[in-house]
Design a protein around this ligand. Structure first.
Ligand SMILES: CC(C)(COP(=O)(O)OP(=O)(O)OC[C@H]1O[C@@H](n2cnc3c(N)ncnc32)[C@H](O)[C@@H]1OP(=O)(O)O)[C@@H](O)C(=O)NCCC(=O)NCCS
Length: 175
């Protein structure tokens, strides 16, 4: 395991050298190297890179999104809109040499942290992800629920309710 104190995340910029990054998914490698910066400049997505000892070990990309109100089991009782607002983890990947060392969890918490600051100023009830089949266990371990009716899709929609997290943080900061 790599201790969180040895990891740091910074926003992607023009000066980063991304060539060494290699995770198990070609699509996730290609996105980072070819599209992430342009998408960021066009305000389509925002990418954060994670470094350990000056080595690029992972990244995640966030976008604004929504989830169907009917898809969640922890929605509000008298909600009058068709969708809930949220932030989606559009990409999250760890370099294959660094898998299973706690970096994925660290980046998920960093993504939740960014979502919390969105919740401060913009309505945003869920953090969302369309998970690859073999990563579902990783998100479930981190309290994400899957959308039952779409569980056979190639990418399975999953969600985490931000409300209990916001409540807990507000209680902690009052102490
Ligand atoms: C899935 C991924 C993000 C996990 O990151 P990671 O750094 O390897 O995960 P961590 O070391 O933080 O693991 C945290 C826990 O989740 C578990 N876990 C990790 N990957 C898992 C998986 N694919 N399925 C089930 N559990 C998994 C670990 O065993 C660990 O459990 P433990 O604390 O009981 O030991 C990473 O393996 C990855 O980038 N994979 C390839 C790309 C990908 O699939 N991205 C997701 C796109 S939706």
């Amino acid at each position: 395991m790599i201790p969180d104190s040895e990891l740091h995340t910074i926003p992607l910029n023009n000066n980063h050298n991304l060539s060494s990054f290699n995770c198990l998914s070609r699509e996730l490698n290609d996105f980072l190297k070819n599209d992430a910066l342009n998408d960021q400049k066009s305000l389509i997505s925002r990418t954060s890179l994670c470094f350990w000892n000056d080595e690029l070990v992972g990244y995640f990309t966030l976008i604004a999104d929504t989830i169907e109100a009917k898809a969640v089991i922890d929605g509000l009782e008298h909600y009058e809109y068709r969708k809930y607002p949220g932030v989606k983890i559009a990409r999250l990947a760890i370099d294959s040499r660094f898998e299973r060392k706690g970096i994925g969890t660290y980046l998920l918490l960093a993504a939740i942290g960014k979502t919390l600051s969105v919740c401060d100023s913009i309505g945003c009830r869920y953090i969302l992800v369309d998970s690859k089949k073999n990563s579902i266990g990783f998100y479930q371990k981190n309290e994400f629920k899957l959308v039952e009716k779409y569980k056979n899709r190639e990418f399975v929609p999953m969600y985490l309710n931000m409300q209990p997290i916001v409540v807990e943080i507000n209680l902690e900061t009052k102490d």
